[in-house]
Design a protein around this ligand. Sequence first.
Ligand SMILES: NC(=O)c1ccc[n+]([C@@H]2O[C@H](COP(=O)([O-])OP(=O)(O)OC[C@H]3O[C@@H](n4cnc5c(N)ncnc54)[C@H](OP(=O)(O)O)[C@@H]3O)[C@@H](O)[C@H]2O)c1
Length: 299
Amino acid sequence: MSDSLEVTGPVGVVGAGRMGAAMAGRLRSAGVDVVLWNRSVDRAQAVAAATGARVAGTAREAAEAGPVVLVSLADDAACRAAYAGPDGVAAGAGPDTVVADTSTVAPQTSIDLAALVREGEGGAMLDTPVSGSVPVVERGELTIMAGGDAADLDRARPVLELLAKQIFHVGDHGAGATMKLAVNALVHALNQAVAEALVLAERSGVDRAAAYEVFAGSVAGGPFVQYKRAAFERPEETPVAFRLGLVAKDLDLILDLAARAGAPMPQAVTNRRAVADAVAAGLGDEDMSAVARYLRGHS
Ligand SMILES: NC(=O)c1ccc[n+]([C@@H]2O[C@H](COP(=O)([O-])OP(=O)(O)OC[C@H]3O[C@@H](n4cnc5c(N)ncnc54)[C@H](OP(=O)(O)O)[C@@H]3O)[C@@H](O)[C@H]2O)c1
């Protein structure tokens, strides 16, 4: 990991949702000056009060703050809205600025936003989506999949290395977004599989914790199974890390990409239906592990 001294100047952070807030907190813990913007100002103010970040009045102001700007927003529409217009990210990102966008969006959105930033004030943009949730950000152990210019990535590296233990440069604009969707196809399949297997064991008379203990010790007990243990075992006391509504968004993006690429994904089609049912039942703001709750009939 880089020393925080290598971070030159403040870092703009656009988005104070679960991930943006955790990123701002992690940077502040490393002594980095953070200028934070969020659409709902109360959320930005709460993060600022907790971390000592400064609140920006517009996304443009956050983008003007320093040579590296991090973006973490819900989806494609949120990113397009926050980048565009006179108060947007593109208007604030000058020739010395690199915007590293950690949101999970369609590859074409990353390509379009990179062009918007370049054609605006001459800034550079990278798609740098992340794998790992809030606690992983807090430990600085994310995995980043980067798309864009290698020299731009090197400029953003001192900031990204405070958040990530691994940074993969996978290609040009959109390649990071593509890899993120491929990784999440796997993660969301695991999530559904764990939920189904757990409810199978419970319904057949095995205690939930005992069943999970066996999962964790089995050949299937990889990092995801370990890391979601508290969420699956004790959902009522475990904070939401990744909400189910965003899983539904990811599966839409994954299947759209699959259709364009001609890649058959029958399991993801079934998974999207299962997640959509859970969201329709009112679980969209619950953690992704709440698919188990849905399978239990909301118990
Ligand atoms: N949570 C995770 O574990 C995780 C892990 C890896 C990747 N991701 C990805 O990281 C991104 C952020 O996830 P999150 O969990 O932090 O989401 P979240 O807690 O739901 O936060 C969403 C953020 O997007 C903003 N937003 C939504 N619509 C907007 C719009 N139209 N214009 C401007 N801002 C808008 C929200 O602002 P308001 O406060 O104003 O609503 C908030 O700052 C997503 O793309 C997600 O897929 C998440």
